[in-house]
Write a new protein. Structure first.
Length: 91
C-alpha cells in the first residue's frame, strides 16, 4: 500500500464528501474506485466537459465553424422554405 496526498479547496471537499456519504462511500474508497477505473479504461473514465457540457474539442469546433461562417466559408443557402432547410440539415 501507498499513501497519496492531494490539495483541494475546502468547499469542493465538503461537497464531494456530502455526495459520497449519501452514496455510502468514504473519500478513500471513492478515490480507489476512480483509480481502478482509470486502469481499466486506460484513461479518464468519463468525459471531461466544460460548464457548457461540451468537451474542449467540441467547443473549439463550434468556434471554428462560427469563424468560418463569418468569413462566408461552408455556408449553404439561402433557403426558400423551412422544408428545404430541413432537407439540407438531414443530409
Amino acid at each position: 500500500m501507498t499513501t497519496i496526498q492531494i490539495r483541494i479547496d475546502e468547499e469542493t471537499k465538503k461537497s464531494a464528501q456530502k455526495v459520497l456519504n449519501e452514496l455510502g462511500l468514504d473519500m478513500s474508497t471513492a478515490i480507489k474506485a476512480f483509480f481502478r477505473q482509470v486502469v481499466l479504461k486506460k484513461g479518464i473514465p468519463f468525459r471531461i466537459v466544460t460548464e457548457n457540457g461540451l468537451t474542449l474539442e467540441e467547443e473549439d469546433s463550434i468556434i471554428e465553424a462560427a469563424l468560418e461562417a463569418k468569413r462566408g466559408k461552408n455556408i449553404k443557402g439561402p433557403f426558400n422554405s423551412a422544408e428545404q432547410l430541413i432537407s439540407e440539415l438531414k443530409k
